[in-house]
Design a protein around this ligand. Structure first.
Ligand SMILES: [Zn+2]
Length: 307
């Protein structure tokens, strides 16, 4: 190989390696919670690199605002947050340390997932001083697949705006996701149809959108108010309600107080059901579809046993 050929080969190899290394051209997408991150991966595909701020096992209301998260936010091309004050306890504090106009409020690089979602449980009056963490309505809207449809549409629009060169790809990914969502929603509805009107109890008010979409009835929550630890008097009320209404399952997240849930379950012959809402907590639940498959199956199995 002569010198010139060698040089040309090197240049070709160099050029190839740059083109083939997607990292160089990838958009840096940051999501506050793993569920939003999973949606960003579906729509962004190979064109994006997704980083998630909260751990899947962390309460999204109370994430540890590690300083390293500021570094991540400073490098972001796009920030996706739930909005509706889900991250009020930690994200605004982090953003105060961030110098990145790309993700400033109102910029194309900032998505509030709640935009367009019909919020449930919007309080007519609220008192933040009492510690209520759902002052703008219930921010746990991801388990209603129709809300997810609005969110992925928004993600595709913002990605196309920031990165016009890959716009077609984002739209194609959105189309594919939507088609699959239609099919899966029909499946999930069929699986839960036999349990329409079933009484369920949850630890926090984080299953109301799932209940509304699939016709389940949340008759009590172990927490007295969202974000406030239950008092013994409240738990006594919950036990009464569960006995009179025949509720036999208590749905909970990994970061909630299992001992409290089990104490109530023992007195009501109910089952404590692990229903982690974040992808990746339960095995093989990394995508939204796999997560919902798992949750619907878990719930249908438990409700079926209770008959
Ligand atoms: Zn909440």
């Amino acid at each position: 190989m002569n010198k010139l050929t060698h040089m040309l080969t090197s240049l070709v190899l160099l050029g190839w390696s740059i083109a083939a290394a997607p990292v160089a051209g990838q958009l840096r997408v940051v999501a506050t919670t793993p569920d939003l991150g999973a949606l960003a991966r579906e729509i962004g595909g190979a064109a994006v690199e997704v980083t998630v701020l909260a751990k899947p096992t962390e309460d999204p209301h109370f994430v540890d605002a590690r300083p390293s998260l500021i570094v991540t936010l400073n490098r972001a091309d796009l920030l996706i947050e739930g909005g509706a004050e889900l991250e009020l306890g930690w994200l605004p504090a982090l953003l105060q340390g961030v110098r990145n106009t790309k993700i400033a409020a109102g910029a194309p690089g900032r998505i509030l997932a709640a935009t367009g979602v019909t919020m449930l449980e919007v309080p007519t009056t609220f008192d933040r001083s009492r510690g209520d963490v759902h002052a703008l309505g219930n921010p746990h809207f991801m388990l209603d697949p129709l809300n997810v449809r609005l969110i992925v549409t928004q993600i595709a629009e913002h990605l196309a705006q920031i990165d016009a060169a890959s716009a077609e790809q984002y739209r194609a990914n959105l189309q594919r996701f939507d088609t699959r969502l239609d099919a899966k929603l029909a499946e999930w509805q069929a699986q839960l149809a036999p349990f329409r009107g079933a009484k369920i109890v949850t630890y926090h008010r984080d299953f109301v959108y799932l209940a509304a979409r699939f016709g389940l009835d949340v008759v009590a929550t172990l927490e007295e108010r969202p974000g406030i630890a239950p008092s013994p008097a409240h738990l006594a009320d919950v036990i009464n309600t569960m006995r009179t209404q025949g509720a036999r399952v208590i749905l909970m997240q990994p970061y909630q107080n299992r001992r409290t849930a089990e104490t109530v379950a023992r007195q009501t012959e109910a089952t404590v059901l692990d229903m982690p809402q974040q992808p990746g907590v339960a095995p093989n639940t990394d995508t939204y579809f796999d997560l919902m498959d798992h949750l619907v199956r878990t719930l249908a199995t438990a409700l079926g046993r209770g008959r």
